[in-house]
Each structure stands twice: as C-alpha cells, then as structure tokens.
Design a protein around this ligand. Sequence first.
Ligand code: PEP
Ligand code: MG
Length: 325
Amino acid sequence: KLDAFINLKDLPAETKDGCRVSLKANIEIPEEVDQVLLCGAEGIGLYRSEFLFLTPGKAAEEEYQFDCYSRVLKAMGGMPVTIRTVDIGGDKILPNFQSIDEKNPLLGWRAIRFSLALPALFKTQLRAILRASVFGNVRIMFPLISGIEELEQALALLEEAKEECRKKRQAFAGDIEVGTMIEVPSAAVTSDILAEKSDFFSIGTNDLIQYSLAVDRGNEKVSYLARPLHPAVLRLLKMIIDNAHAKGIKAAMCGEMAGDPLGTALLLGMGLDEFSMSASAIPQIKNIVRGVTIEECRALYEKAKQSASIQENTVLVKSWMAERL
Ligand code: PEP
Ligand code: MG
C-alpha cells in the first residue's frame, strides 16, 4: 500500500472528471522541507513561523529569519511557500514570552493582535520575508484576523516594511500575494468584505471550529465536541469559499480538516481550491481526490446541507466513502 502511495507522488491531485486542486504541506521548521518534497506537495500552504521563536534570542533578528525563509524558498524551487506571520500567544506559549499572563489566552493577546501591538517586531519579520522573496515564490498570510481594521493595519505595516527595504536598496519580489486566514467566526461572516483586500483566503479550521463551537481544543473534557462535520461548521466553510470565489480569489484550507479523509469529498464539493496538511497525509488525500468525481462530491455536499447533526453527516460521509474507495 505504501508503494502505491509513493507512486502517487508525481500524479496530479485531480478528480476523475478533471477538477484539479492543489495539495500543499504545513511546516513548522525549515528542516521539514525534504519530507514535504518526498510526499509530493505542490508547495507549502502554511509555514508556522512562530516556531522560529523557539530558538531563544535569535528569532527577533532579521538576518536569522531571512536565512530561514531563504532556505525554505530555495529548497522549494519556485513552488509557493506561504509564510504565516507569527501566531504567538493563545496555546502557543514560547520561552521568551512566558510573562504573558491572561485569564483567557485563547481570547487574548495572540497572533495578529500581538504583531500589531509590537510593530517593530512585526516589521522585522515582514522585511525578512520581503528580502527572502527574491529566492522563490513567497506568499504572506496573517493569522486570526477578526475584521477588516486588523487586515488594513497589517497591510499598512507591510507597505511600511516595503518602503524600508526600498530605502536600503534591498530587493524584493513585486507580486507577492497576501492572504487572510479565516479562523474567527467574525471573519467568516464578513469574508465578503475581507476578500476585497485579500489575494487569497486560508481557512484555519482548528481555530474556526474552536471559536464557533466554543470548545477549547486543548481541553480533554470538551475537545470531543470540536467536530468538523458539525452543520454550523459546514455552513461557515461554504460561506467563506463562496465569498472568496465571488471576489475572484482562491480559498485554501490549512487547518487539520484539510488532511482529514472524512472531509475531502465534502470540501471538494464545496469548491475548495487548495488543501494544506501535514506532509505525511498528502498521499492519502490525493488518493481520495483521484478516486471521485467533482459531480458526485457536489451531490454529497447538497445532501450534507440537509443534515441536522454531526452524527447524520458522519454516517452520510462514511457510507459514501465505503461505496467508492
Ligand atoms: C488553524 O487554526 O486551523 C491553523 C492552521 O492554525 P494553528 O493550528 O497554527 O492555530
Ligand atoms: Mg489557527
């Protein structure tokens, strides 16, 4: 079975009736790139840059970040590399930032909120990404955007970082795509507005599910409730994908649902363009994509839309899969 998966590496992620999607990989450190290439990823859909900050002291340095991003971009040889600006805080408590003491860290000072409050640190990261952009195909995305103001502030700081590079005569690519992560319910609901100022969306289902179902994903007592097949989650996902397409941008997903075999056909049916997951999940997901038609995936989604419960959706998807794969 493993051999069959490895043979899949060079085949496209295309349904039987010719609908092509992109399967990309999530990484946390540059060293994972070898594995990414081995699994046949068509790029990196999520580089969790906050893991750089695990090396005490160094990450805040522009040159250190520039070196890490450059290495990843060079190794990926022109394939898209989506660097998410730091998502510090929440459940990601890093050694240098232990002093953040909050009652509700998941509702607190994390991700883009942290970056916007520390613009010098944020712009250091943005300049490092900009300078590395000459080595490949970089995309930038912002985590935990909750509304248009945050996106506009982040974009303004990106413009400042570009200006600073220009002043120092540091080259950067002219056509860098900038995307918004949709992982807060308010962002999902206003995704038509966010799409106007985004080159793409990437749906972070881990947080989107946690926040829309009010379930702390790290709390054992309640984490069983964090289910991607909840009808509310499916409705939000469809809304986000449709709003992206209505504004002519692509909808990607980089949360765990993108690598969950139970989600693949439904997401294809909803029109998702790009799936990003841990590299090792790619062969299995590609196998599903190649084994179905987009027609039948759309029909499956139409049925799921009528379901009232997680249970109903689970039975529906499982029996659908059992008949086909
Ligand atoms: C997500 O929330 O789905 C996501 C991809 O971000 P993270 O898991 O790093 O919070
Ligand atoms: Mg997230």
